[in-house]
Ligand binder design. Structure first.
Ligand code: TRP
Length: 450
């Protein structure tokens, strides 16, 4: 089978959907993004808020996207056309496609770093007990070589395009079903190593001791944004996944499983990074390079450390790939479904356009001296921190006020699922989630401009 979205299939089983959706959700957001955001936002308070945001906003919005997808059996733009014909709501789908471009443009650069670090691990660069300073220097040197960063980014783009072009189900899905559990085991082993380093308890305290005096609007915003990003919400990726779901599936249970897995992996990544960070006596700085600087210092302390490094960056590349294909799939399926492009043309041209957009981010380290700011951090701020929340806000408004919670709740419970859960969900989606998203966005924007 080649093109699996032009002939609309359904997932073979509920567990198949859960694994595919969890594979799309689990990626750099959990392993790179979560620790970096936690470090930036002061640790425990952020982590507590993050889990809260996942439970009371992320989970309901995920169910909202799933119901939109399954009810319409369409990717985002077409979904809104079908559920709200003759309105402007399809623009929300178009915004999702645009956000997809923005996120792709920096996501693939971070994934490129992962590829670059895989090369380093294979070359044996982490051998002989790298100190924290040496590791930081290594990362800075890596960053200031734009030609190399662009090359590894291009390699990653190419891999993403090749997968999406060939259809997703037979290749990547089968591969990730095997490799994601391996990644999980590896994370557990590295976390145990990290937790048994001298001085590691400081790291646990940092991660779990919630000091709510550190709460600022930007911490709240970051926690919300991270929850949305990690669950792939706010731009229609989950609408697309839901559109392949059979009416027999219990959406609430499937959604809960995806949310549970994703959160588990994020917390595990925190347990891998922070104890090692504090053991090395380094202050946690909210920097996009965090994971790349900390981990190389502990590989050498593991038996067969170099192999660990190779395995880790390889699996992280795979995890990033299963996520980046879901981003490119949203973009490509728009051009295929709504503009009648061939899959081949959509994947190559949009992949290439995205690659061009990613070049300033890939050069961010080298450009920083010229621009006076880090271009990639700017992209992360715009797309990751703000626009996903805007997208999620409008998805809540659509389900709660336009499509209506009666129709949506009927879809939600179609394959089983309790009525009372649906009622609670309807209240959250109609009132609570949009209000939270609007307040958080409003306060943050006010602060930005005031
Ligand atoms: N959730 C993925 C991660 O954590 C990234 C991702 C894939 C994503 N598709 C998305 C984020 C759609 C936002 C929207 O790495």
């Amino acid at each position: 089978m080649t093109s699996d979205t032009s002939t609309r299939g359904t997932w073979q089983s509920g567990i198949g959907f859960i694994l595919a959706a969890a594979g799309g959700a689990i990626g750099l957001g959990n392993i790179w993004g979560f620790p970096y955001m936690a470090a930036e936002s002061g640790g425990g308070a952020f982590v507590a808020l993050y889990v809260l945001c996942v439970a009371v906003v992320g989970f309901p919005v995920l169910l909202a996207e799933l119901t939109i997808g399954r009810a319409s059996q369409k990717s985002p733009v077409g979904a809104f056309k079908r559920l709200a014909p003759g309105t402007r709501w399809p623009a929300l789908g178009a915004m999702g496609v645009t956000i997809g471009f923005g996120i792709m443009s920096f996501y693939c650069v971070i994934a490129g770093w992962t590829v670059g670090y895989l090369v380093k691990a294979i070359r044996g660069d982490f051998r002989n007990g790298l100190s924290a300073e040496q590791s930081q220097e290594m990362f800075t040197a890596f960053q200031s070589n734009p030609a190399w960063v662009i090359t590894v980014t291009a390699v990653f783009f190419l891999a993403t395009i090749l997968v999406v072009r060939g259809g997703i189900s037979s290749g990547i899905e089968r591969v990730s079903k095997i490799l994601m559990p391996v990644l999980f085991v590896l994370l557990v082993i590295i976390a145990i190593r990290s937790l048994t380093l001298p001085g590691a308890t400081e790291g646990i305290r940092f991660l779990f001791k919630a000091d709510f005096t550190k709460l600022t609007p930007s911490v709240v915003m970051n926690a919300l944004a991270q929850a949305l990003f990690s669950l792939s919400l706010g731009m229609g990726a989950v609408i697309t996944y839901g559109s392949y779901l059979s009416k027999r599936e219990n959406l609430v249970n499937a959604g809960a499983a995806v949310v549970g897995f994703d959160t588990l992996i994020a917390l595990l990544s925190g347990l891998m990074i922070f104890p090692a960070l504090f053991a090395a006596g380094v202050e946690p700085a909210g920097d996009t390079g965090l994971v790349f600087v900390v981990l190389p210092t502990i590989f050498d302390t593991l038996p067969m450390g170099n192999l660990f490094g190779i395995a880790f960056y390889f699996l992280l590349t795979i995890a990033a790939l299963t996520s980046s294909i879901s981003l490119l799939e949203v973009i490509a399926s728009y051009f295929i479904d709504e503009r009648s492009w061939s899959r081949e043309k959509a994947c190559w041209s949009m992949g290439a356009l995205c690659f061009v957009l990613s070049i300033p981010s890939a050069m961010a380290g080298a450009l920083e001296g010229v621009l006076g700011f880090n271009f990639m951090n700017l992209m992360v701020q715009i797309f990751f921190v703000y626009l996903l929340a805007v997208g999620a806000l409008f998805i809540c408004l659509f389900v709660g006020w336009k499509w209506g919670t009666t129709a949506a709740a009927a879809e939600l419970t179609e394959g089983g699922g309790s009525r009372s859960v649906a009622v609670l969900w309807a209240i959250l989606i109609r009132y609570f989630c949009p209000v939270v998203a609007a307040i958080v966005l409003g306060v943050r924007l006010y602060q930005l401009f005031a």
